[in-house]
Write a protein that binds this ligand. Structure first.
Ligand code: ZN
Length: 273
């Protein structure tokens, strides 16, 4: 599943091809993905200029003067920039054409989304899908103090609190296990029992790990193809994730796998107290 780093890598890849370009066509080859495509999307977009791109959590934002196109990659989606005469393949459901190039969304499992938020409805931050999202982990609002304050009444395990996404976005299953390892926090620890000093380590770990993943072009690459079609990025060398039974890279204790909220968690029972 594309995680925050993959979406950010995608945004950075497509941005120079879209920003400042005028939309010349919209092609929809299905009635919708997770939700129906917006009615009259071609009419809404053709002739308008892409002003900027952005990202909120795992939502890619393509900003126009009169609104924002919101794209989510779902479980298996990817975006590419292609010459506009390249014929679509089976799962290519959406094209945004800008003259001789197009942005093409391919989404075999159709859990993705293409939505329109009109500027007259207010800031896109207030969109139903965006307004409950936590802070961005790589922006200044995210800090140890923030994690500490927001968890004083949260008695669930810290791993699940991170995954919930309402305090901080982008810490998916892989990154939660890895961040908690780096911060030396047991993933089962109730969030409200963790003090400021440990949250200092956790905030730093989250920032470092996500920034490194973006740097390397994302790390859950099974379903992700780079903007130019290649998937030549390399997997990160994980400390815990998918290493059940293998020796901890720090202390050699076998990495343990548990299930929390139906998701696998990996941790070192010796390093993470
Ligand atoms: Zn260890």
């Amino acid at each position: 599943m594309p995680e925050l780093p993959e979406v950010e890598v995608t945004r950075r890849g497509v941005a120079p091809h879209l920003e400042g370009q005028v939309v010349t066509g919209v092609t929809l080859r299905h009635t919708g993905l997770r939700w129906p495509f917006p009615a009259g999307l071609a009419q809404t977009l053709v002739g308008h200029t892409v002003r900027s791109t952005g990202r909120r959590g795992k939502y890619l934002l393509i900003n126009f003067d009169h609104g924002t196109l919101i794209i989510h990659l779902g479980m298996s989606g990817h975006l590419r920039i292609l010459p506009s005469d390249v014929l679509p393949k089976k799962h290519d459901h959406f094209d945004l054409q800008t003259g001789s190039q197009l942005l093409r969304l391919s989404d075999p499992r159709r859990f993705g989304a293409v939505l329109w938020h009109a500027a007259e409805d207010g800031s896109v931050e207030n969109h139903l899908l965006l307004r409950t999202l936590g802070v961005e982990p790589l922006e200044a609002a995210f800090s140890a103090q923030w994690l500490y304050q927001q968890t004083r009444k949260r008695s669930s395990a810290i791993k699940q609190v991170l995954l919930a996404g309402d305090i901080v976005v982008g810490v998916g299953n892989i990154y939660a296990s890895e961040s908690l390892f780096q911060a030396r926090i047991n993933p089962k620890t109730p969030a409200h029992r963790i003090g400021l000093a440990r949250y200092e380590r956790l905030a730093e770990a989250i920032r470092q790990i996500l920034a490194a993943a973006i740097e390397q072009g994302g790390s859950t690459l099974k379903d992700f193809i780079g903007v130019n079609g290649q998937s030549g990025y390399f997997q990160q060398n994980y400390f815990t994730y998918a290493r059940a039974g293998e020796p901890c890279r720090i202390c050699k204790t076998p990495i343990r796998q548990i299930i929390q909220g139906q998701r696998s968690t990996f941790y070192c029972p010796n390093c993470q107290k």
